[in-house]
Design a protein around this ligand. Structure first.
Ligand code: SF4
Ligand code: SF4
Length: 436
């Protein structure tokens, strides 16, 4: 029997566009714009200035606080400016601009035997190398893997669900870099002192399931779990419910129920950082959509303009109606192709004008579809009313802060009400009031 969680939706996945496109190394960009804020937490502080020469992997900004992390150059060349630049999530934010010299020179790194490192040494390397959650959340990995005092973890879950429509980058690394991902899994499992591990993969990725099973044949306490194909199966709380039948309490964290979840891309970058000393200066990005001439899964240097990547994929067959960074459910619509790939960029989705068309908002018909599909058990229709009325205290009682902004409610709403936009607004207002 396949495991699952309550609620969720079944959008069209469109993975056929890129699922069989092997990882391809994107061209070396001539110039990169690397934002100081591309992780959850305090932005990194620049440690270079205009005119400095940097190599691939040179630390250019340091995470000075615990919930922060470092940022590295993705090309060799000269720092030409530190200034506000387009940002795919924040609109505009300070970034370090590097003009490349085309030489692609690398910073020297030291390799390690993970077995010989202490837990503190591993956590320190992860912070120095700028490792963050690559599923889209970008929480600094050293912070996530540092257990709060008194907390214990019995289970580590590797998230290979990749439930967002269109995206196939995680699938490709699961097929092409299986051993390295398992290497990362073992480093994390040992670090957490977890008794067992599960790798959750949606069943529409049989080749990934087969690869892991083949390589883990003789491993005890690491199990591959095929999951029902349903969005948002890759949400942390949904994955924990599905695999362990444990409920993370409202406002709580996975560690409160004895587990930690990391994405497969994160496990890969943990392995590369610990074993090979590699900082996080590149990531896999799915460039996709029906109007992309030659869609694919590209290994991209952080800071590359998304317009350059669309060009490398043969450009567009017709005028785009919408360009989204990320997937269609949780991604961010862009107004310019000048935004750079950052650590959270899972995909670039190009929709035609027809695909992007949206009908106008209608009055709520109280059908409760949004309630039925909410994977967090919330009451979207009530929350919508309270936000529009500005009843912030009531919204706390409705657990608005538990909303994971998955978009299932909006996807199902026959009245086209922009529910996620409202919930984002409501959450930021509650947080603003709490800070006062
Ligand atoms: S966006 Fe929030 S309210 Fe809507 S379905 Fe997802 S978790 Fe529920
Ligand atoms: S799905 Fe839309 S129309 Fe139906 S109750 Fe929810 S908000 Fe109202």
């Amino acid at each position: 029997m396949l495991h699952t969680f309550k609620g969720g939706v079944h959008p069209k996945y469109f993975r056929y566009l890129t699922r069989n496109r092997s990882l391809m190394i994107a061209s070396l960009p001539e110039k990169v714009s690397i934002p100081l804020s591309q992780h959850i937490g305090i932005p990194a502080e620049p440690v270079v200035k205009r005119g400095d020469y940097v190599k691939v992997g040179t630390m250019i900004a340091r995470g000075t606080k615990f919930i922060s992390t470092s940022i590295h150059s993705s090309i060799s060349g000269v720092v030409s400016a530190i200034e506000n630049q387009p940002h795919p999530v924040l609109g505009s934010a300070p970034a370090i601009i590097i003009e490349g010299d085309g030489k692609d020179e690398y910073e020297a790194v030291s390799t390690n035997n993970p077995e010989s490192l202490s837990a503190d040494e591993i956590l320190d390397i992860l912070k120095q190398k700028g490792i963050v959650g690559l599923g889209g959340a970008t929480f600094p990995t050293h912070a996530k893997l540092t257990l709060p005092k008194g907390k214990k973890v019995d289970t580590f879950i590797l998230n290979g669900a990749e439930c967002e429509p269109y995206l196939t980058g995680d699938y490709r690394i699961m097929v092409e870099k299986t051993e390295e991902i398992i290497g990362g899994l073992k480093i994390i499992k040992k670090l957490l002192n977890a008794e067992r591990s599960y790798i959750g993969i949606e069943k529409d990725k049989p080749e990934a399931i087969r690869r892991f099973r083949e390589l883990l044949d003789n491993e005890e306490n690491i199990e591959v779990v095929p999951l029902k194909v349903k969005y948002p199966q890759g949400g942390e709380k949904q994955l924990i419910k599905t695999i362990l039948n444990r409920e993370v309490p409202s406002g709580g964290l996975p560690v409160d129920v004895g587990c930690i979840v990391n994405n497969v891309g994160t496990a890969l970058s943990v392995y590369e950082a610990i074993r090979h000393g590699k900082p996080l200066y590149q990531r896999v990005v799915t460039v996709t959509g029906s109007i992309v001439r030659n869609p694919g899964n590209l290994i991209v240097r952080i800071g590359t303009r998304i317009g350059e990547l669309i060009d490398q994929c043969g450009g567009l067959t017709e005028k785009a109606g919408k360009i989204i960074v990320g997937g269609p459910m949780m991604g961010f619509a862009q107004h310019t192709l000048d935004v750079p790939v950052i650590k959270s960029t899972t995909g670039i989705l190009c929709l035609s004008e027809k695909e992007a068309e949206k009908e106008g908002e209608l009055p709520c018909i109280h059908c409760a579809r949004c309630v039925d599909v909410c994977p967090m058990g919330l009451l979207p229709t009530e929350m919508r009313k309270e936000i529009r009325a500005g009843h912030w205290e009531t919204l706390k009682e409705y657990n608005l802060l538990d909303c994971i902004e998955c978009g299932c409610c909006e996807f199902s709403c026959p009245a086209n009400i922009p529910l996620v936009q409202l919930f984002k607004l409501g959450k930021s207002e509650i947080r603003r009031i709490e800070r006062l």
